[in-house]
Design a protein around this ligand. Structure first.
Ligand code: AP5
Length: 220
């Protein structure tokens, strides 16, 4: 098992960059945010537990997150390569991920820190639209669909995520500063942190990361 982590503030483009990496490599995209939203939509117990935290832009308790992440890993095979998006988000989650990696004889290759200025983050979140059917992500100006409000991929309707409202966005950015930024030091000390400028066009950021992941030495 191998793993990489996309670490970045809300709106940094973790999900968008993950799509490009997934298309160019064999990394499996594991987004805890997407898993939680699916659980909420399906009315599963995990979703019921997570919903009120997500609506306020607070972090869902570490125990709930570790349950869904370990269940996903248990479903996979020992040779799987995971790309974590939005996980870990606390030092406790990072520590528990280290334990999971040791238990599976796994290796954390890189943690990509997606750097984006705060004003750009706010603009990206305010303009984000998501397909109700297939989950494809757009931005009303930066990455618009061909027809406003309609998904290019499946023709489904686009909606605005409930936690992209102005007050919740500001809280999510604060939560990132207070609870998740500590991970930068955690992973810098481990020697796996890579800073990436994610304020530029998505294709450029995707290509930069893919180039690092295609080094044959990483397979060993
Ligand atoms: P989650 O879904 O993980 O949300 P997030 O971290 O706040 O990140 P986002 O999904 O908002 O942004 P993104 O970085 O993926 O950006 P995107 O690619 O969409 O988590 C939601 C909630 O779930 C949390 O608040 C928490 O409650 C809970 N949760 C999840 N994981 C948890 C965990 N591990 N522990 C505890 N709680 C957890 O892009 C944003 C916009 O910008 C889009 O419109 C996109 O089109 C546009 N865009 C992207 N890239 C570019 C670019 N290069 N140029 C121009 N526009 C761009």
């Amino acid at each position: 098992m191998q793993a990489i982590i996309l670490l970045g503030a809300p709106g940094a483009g973790k999900g968008t960059i993950a799509e490009g990496i997934k298309a160019a490599t064999d990394f499996i995209h594991v987004s805890t945010g997407d898993m939680l939203r699916a659980a909420v939509k399906a009315g599963r117990p995990v979703g019921l537990e997570a919903k009120s935290y997500m609506e306020k832009g607070e972090l869902v308790p570490d125990g709930v997150i570790m349950k869904i992440v370990t269940a996903r890993i248990e479903e996979g095979s020992p040779t799987d390569r995971y790309m974590f998006d939005g996980f870990p988000r606390t030092t406790e989650q990072a520590r528990l991920l280290d334990e999971v990696l040791v238990a599976h004889n796994g290796k954390l290759l890189y943690v990509f820190l997606l750097d984006v200025a705060r004003d750009i983050l706010v603009d990206r979140l305010a303009g984000r639209r998501v397909c109700k059917n297939c989950g494809a992500v757009y931005h009303i100006r930066n990455i618009p669909p061909k027809v406003a409000g309609v998904c290019d991929a499946c023709g489904g309707p686009l909606y605005q995520r409930a936690d992209d409202s102005e007050t919740t966005v500001l809280n999510r950015l604060d939560v990132f500063q207070k609870q998740t930024r500590t991970l930068i030091d955690y992973y810098r000390k481990k020697g796996v942190l890579k800073h990436v400028d994610a304020g530029k066009p998505k294709e450029e950021t995707q290509a930069e990361i893919v180039a690092m992941l295609q080094k044959p030495a990483l397979r060993k």
